[in-house]
Design a protein. Sequence first.
Length: 697
Amino acid sequence: MAQYRIEKHPILSIPVRKEIQFTWQGQNLIAKEGETIAAALFANGIHVFGHHPKDGSPLGIFCANGQCSQCMVIADGNPVKACMEQIAAGMQIQPNEGLPALPAVVQPPRLEPIAEVKTTVLIIGGGPAGLSAAIELGKLGVQVLLVDDKSRLGGKLVLQTHRFFGSMKAVYAGTRGIDIATRLENEVRRYPSVEIWTKSTCLAVFSDKKVGILRGGTAYTLVTPEVILIASGAREKFLAFKGNTLPGVYGAGAFQTLVNRDLVRPAEKLFIVGGGNVGLIAGYHALQAEIGVVGLIEALPECGGYKVHKDKLMRMGVPIYTSHTILSANGTDKVESVTIAQVDSAFKPIPGTEKSFACDAILIAVGLDPVDEFYQKAKEFSIPAFVAGDAEEIAEASSAIFTGKIRGLEIAHTLGRSASEVPPAWARTSAILKSRPGPVYAEQHPDLNEGVMPVFHCNQEIPCNPCSGLCPNGLIVVDQKDIRDIPTFIGNNYSCQVCERCVAGCPGLAITLVDYRANPEMPLVSIPYEFSRELLNKKDLVTVLGTEGQTLGSLEIVDLHTIPDSDRTMIAVVASPLAIATAIAGIRIQETPITQPMRQYVHHVADDTIVCRCEHVTAGEIRSLIRQGYRDMNEIKTVTRACMGACGAKTCASLIHRLFREENVPINEVTDPSKRPIFMEVPLGLFAGETKKETHS
Ligand code: FES
Ligand code: FES
């Protein structure tokens, strides 16, 4: 069914893939070769993959990353994670109703010795930090084994269609995330001392200093490194609210995976919870995939992400509600609406402020936690260990690229393979790239009406400098010692050559060019445009907006073009009355009716809020134990099964911490659940040397 597939995209190319047949509940359906079972089901409009064994509630995609097991289906008789398993021609797929039966054992498994390898440096994670470290070590000829659980290197970079912020010189700022991934991968593959295992999941770090890796997804292998670098990234935080397990509630990473990797449209109308960079960027990605964004809420009085990301979304016509929280996801089998409310200064919902909006997906982007369990174990077992990127500290991917580079040099120095220590300038660049968004200044517009001038709609200090490298005459200046500086134009109104490279290349889409030369009363305004070419044509009337989405008027598109090297960003030109020309920052993409609240807000009828989504344990059950004096999460696990599910407490442990806080229990009185290897689900037979094909669970 074509409408569920993304068949055109302003940034991503759509590969031509062979169609294959499979069955779902006995019905013949079409998939594309090479896609996951989940993508094939979504492409056919199927979102409910099974029902929970405890309460029969519907289950579907949640993480799209193999972490949560909510997407389990039965494929040719075997339980598999639909988000990880590739579909095959003729595959017979059934929903997973309750607990799946174990596959039959046809004959006793053949046991083989476990393969063992040694390496100088083992890097866990082939995202921006791991790749950069491997490049640094590869340059010095240090033997490295880099393992990553995906089939493609790049980590979350491969989902990012937007241009990156940061420093052009240090971390490829101004280049799209997907293209940075390709550049890093190409570079690392040039170094013969770096061996790469993709589709290889790290399962555990053991006390005998060996690391268990599921090599290529099929063969269990023990690796003994001299030094280990953990660059395993971050996992998304979850939120407790009514209806939070309904299919259609996704983590932001899952949504980006479905849209930007799998090229399926998981929703028509999306609601976003969380105003950090992840939520803001995901909203932009949804609009590029022609998914309507109903609104975005943030519990704090201001969004935590970059103002340019927030402004961009508001200019697209997405309403942003700060000081708001989600009360419930509503629906029977999947999300049909969301109910939100305003919060007071203690983040408590204010009665009477509830609103509901129709939507079919809710994206949760409320922060990230480092995936650092391998690092903790390595330290515990005295393996020389380093950590980089989000596994060390949550920050932008540009910062992960740079910390990876630093760790690479530090490791080489530790091994005696490099005489140089990390230059102090690198440490300073790293600190700048990690920095939180700074102060916001009043926007300055040039008070001129002749010649040509760029106008900056970027008025918050953030680490970003591509504009300064784009002007061929060097007329845009950002302090290179501290690239958080606001850009300034040092030319006059006759020095700009109107190349429009700054308009096309600003990652925040926050530069316009105002050209008074032909008609000073009706100057031409060049505006960056990154949506489908078919949505905009010459002579179309568009709503032009100010930096923060204020409506300025309705104007005609007089030109739509690209420039050399504009890398898929188009430039729309409007002829504007003089009074508003410098204020115009964008064109509305999404008209407002999508945002109207329903006539009455929806009361969700679920019994209680689920905290442990694997085992469907409610907040009420856990709260009651806390009130009885339970302080050890291992005991809570024993009594309720919370933290005992397929995700290994990765989703619910932080929510249970939060319940302790709400009950005013000091965190030092709480005992965390014991973390025991292994950290990922894996068929047990693999530890006895079976290969996956013949594995019996
Ligand atoms: S959605 Fe497949 S494992 Fe989480
Ligand atoms: S949510 Fe997975 S164990 Fe609780």
